[in-house]
Design a protein around this ligand. Structure first.
Ligand SMILES: [Zn+2]
Length: 432
């Protein structure tokens, strides 16, 4: 029998549950990756002063646990898609120590405080040489639950007496929102999108994205962390660095094609780097001074439940943010076309989008073609249905028979541009 394994992100888990922890790496096969779960630094938490918490790996209580890149693939040859995980360090841990006293003290703390915020520290350094350290990755469980961690997005370890959210994916009651204060986008199979606001302030600073099929069954696809920034106008090309305003910072970056970013005191952003057809250029993205919301797209989605599939991966980009509304449209289009896509991204954290002009505010998303006419047409149709208003394809022969899109010139021979997401199609529903 053939089996396929998929991991789905979690944003929280109960004390004592088993979860998989995964680090996606490059060029690190056979290297050992170290993981630590640390509580947000507070006066008193599970451990004092931001000390690493104890978890249980392979029957041992450990503060630091490890996984070797590629081992999961080697050890599971019977899993059909094991090869996909060759560059991943994967381990399973129990979110609780087995030591009685330790466990008791964690339990008591959680019973009193309901949850603790954690972050994951990943260390990929060789023993005793600190050459590489990151404080970011994702944690997963191989059941449809979500747990996402980013530097601005804590992972919640919850008191296990409070298990109400454990079966949230099974829920088909459209009014149930187990994490009652988490604002959410509801994406319906008929193309409608609703933004449900439970908390006006959005204190959790993120959104949940939920899909409803034609029978109104609820599928919790993922969560995404929000960033509030200033709305930007489309980028304008400059031959040299714009000097129209006082500079707040000017720094070298390494974000896809962008190698330098200047922020001006009025909120404008200028970016410099290599454009696929124009060569080395500057682009100035002027701020309108209006606040907008962008979200950090999960590093990838690999969601499958019944007929509902949402699948994308990033490629060659650091433009990992998109409009909070746009992301709902993107998910709707992905469910609609049932095709896994590579995306070359949308916008940066401050809503700029070098080398593109028209991805500002995350209003557009680029994806790679499938090079099969009926597949590419399905993607275009999905994007149309979910309110992308400017869909651009290339100018080569291949594109001639595609419908409901326009010729975007040779720049788009390499990627489909689904742009100008129509925010007016998102119905805002206040529940506070
Ligand atoms: Zn584009």
């Amino acid at each position: 029998m053939k089996t396929k394994i998929e991991f789905v992100e979690l944003t929280s888990a109960s004390f004592g549950s088993d979860v998989y922890l995964i680090a996606h790496t490059e060029y690190m096969v056979n290297r050992e990756i170290k993981f630590m779960l640390k509580p947000k630094s507070e006066k008193f938490s599970l451990e004092r002063n931001g000390q690493t918490i104890y978890v249980n790996q392979n029957g041992k209580d450990v503060q630091e646990f490890t996984a070797t890149v590629g081992q999961f693939s080697k050890e599971n040859p019977n899993i059909d898609n094991a090869k996909e995980y060759e560059n991943y360090a994967i381990t399973r841990i129990k979110l609780s120590p087995s030591n009685f006293e330790k466990k008791q003290s964690y339990k008591e703390f959680l019973a009193k405080n309901k949850k603790v915020l954690l972050f994951l520290k990943i260390d990929a350094e060789p023993i005793d040489i600190k050459w590489y350290e990151v404080i970011y990755e994702n944690i997963f469980k191989n059941r449809p639950k979500l747990w996402y961690y980013g530097s601005e997005n804590w992972f919640e370890l919850k008191d296990n007496a409070n298990n109400s959210s454990n079966n949230q994916n099974e829920s088909s009651n459209e009014n149930s929102n187990p994490q009652s204060n988490l604002n959410e986008y509801r994406i319906y199979s008929d193309g409608r999108i609703e933004k449900i606001i439970y908390d006006k302030e959005n204190k959790l600073n993120k959104y949940k994205y939920v899909y409803y099929d034609a029978s109104n069954v609820r599928y919790e696809i993922c969560e995404a962390v929000r960033n509030i920034t200033k709305e930007k106008k489309n980028g304008i090309v400059y031959k040299s660095k714009p000097t129209h305003q006082r500079v707040e910072y000017d720094k070298k970056v390494n974000e896809g094609s962008t190698i330098r970013r200047v922020k001006y005191v009025n909120g404008d952003i200028a970016e410099y780097g290599s454009h696929p057809t124009k060569g080395l250029i500057w682009r100035l993205y002027k701020s309108t001074n209006k606040d907008i919301e962008v979200v950090r797209m999960p590093d990838f989605l690999s969601y499958k439940k019944g007929e509902i599939v949402v699948n994308y991966k990033f490629t060659k980009t650091k433009r990992r943010y998109t409009g909070a509304d746009t992301f709902a449209g993107f998910i709707g289009a992905l469910v609609e076309c049932r095709i896994s896509l590579f995306t070359t991204g949308s916008c940066f954290k401050e809503a700029s989008c070098f080398p593109s002009a028209e991805h500002v505010n995350g209003k557009s998303v680029d994806t790679l073609y499938k090079w099969k006419i009926n597949y590419d047409q399905k993607i275009i149709d999905g994007m149309n249905k979910y309110h992308f208003r400017k869909i651009l394809v290339g100018s080569g022969r291949y594109f001639k028979s595609l419908k409901r899109c326009s010729n975007g010139g040779r720049l788009h021979n390499s990627h489909l541009h689904s742009g100008n997401f129509d925010k007016s199609k998102v119905k805002i529903i206040k529940k506070y």
